[in-house]
Write a protein that binds this ligand. Structure first.
Ligand code: 6PG
Length: 251
């Protein structure tokens, strides 16, 4: 069972986004103070959009040293960057196009590539070259943002998919049977080497899977339960709807 101190329940999606913006800013300012850099892997899906919009507006926009922030992605769909389903496009429209972040700080996963193996290998190289960690050493992201699928997937690590077993590569193509599509995804070695993982989960449709993951015994059945940074912190920001089946937080 996840320690209650790692879980924060907000009244609604808007206040969840505000809490996430405060946490993002805190972690970024701390990392920049210590190392002159903040590296973050953004999540896709719909939940983080409000967070990205908040970060692009005051007060957060002027509180953050964008030139010292490097953006990666946890996963990407097999679509071009301007496609409505692109995780890059989500972040670009809501945040990246509105802040003075240098182009070289935006490390896009090339989900549209005709050869996803080459795209994944290139991404792994990009992680190594910025975040250090030569061959055999793991790059360390300061923050990984994750959503949660109703099936317990995180990034594009879906139940039953091949990438769940990957322990060498940091980024791989992953066939997602239920969606009949390829994805690019970071793998557990790099997720579990992060300094901070922040789950953003909202909506009543996530209540059941959250109850199974946060209330149940630790036997890992779902991919989300395998997110356990070896030397890092995991925090969950939930709205009341998503948290309603958690015995510890039931209204
Ligand atoms: C993606 C995301 C995925 C997402 C969850 C939750 O590419 O879709 O990386 O892992 O975080 O599916 O999505 P929602 O935030 O839309 O519920």
């Amino acid at each position: 069972m996840v320690d209650s101190r790692q879980i924060k329940v907000l009244p609604d999606a808007a206040q969840l986004a505000q809490a996430a913006a405060r946490e993002f800013t805190h972690l970024a300012q701390l990392a920049i103070f210590k190392t002159q850099r903040f590296s973050v892997a953004l999540s896709g899906g719909s939940t983080p959009e409000m967070l990205y919009q908040l970060l692009a507006a005051e007060p957060y926009r002027s509180e953050l040293a964008w030139e010292k922030i490097h953006f990666f992605w946890g996963d990407e769909r097999n679509v071009p960057p301007k496609d409505a389903n692109s995780n890059f496009r989500l972040a670009y429209e809501a945040l990246l196009s509105k802040i003075p972040v240098p182009d070289e700080n935006v490390h896009r996963m090339k989900g549209e590539s005709p050869d996803l193996k080459i795209a994944a290998a290139g991404y792994e190289q990009e992680l190594h070259s910025l975040l250090g960690g030569g061959p055999g050493q793991l790059p360390r992201l300061d923050l990984v943002l994750l959503g949660l699928g109703t099936d317990g997937h995180v990034a594009s690590l879906f139940p039953g998919s091949q990438a769940l077993n990957e322990r060498q590569h940091l980024c791989v193509p992953n066939w997602v049977e239920k969606l009949s599509t390829w994805r690019l995804t970071l793998t557990f070695p790099v997720l579990n080497n992060a300094a901070n993982v922040l789950f953003l989960v909202c909506g009543t449709e996530k209540a059941e899977i959250l109850g199974r993951i946060l209330d149940s015994d630790p036997k890992p059945i779902y991919p989300a339960q395998l997110v356990k940074p070896v030397n890092g912190e995991v925090h969950w920001l939930l709205d009341r709807g998503a948290a309603r089946q958690l015995s510890r937080f039931a209204d």
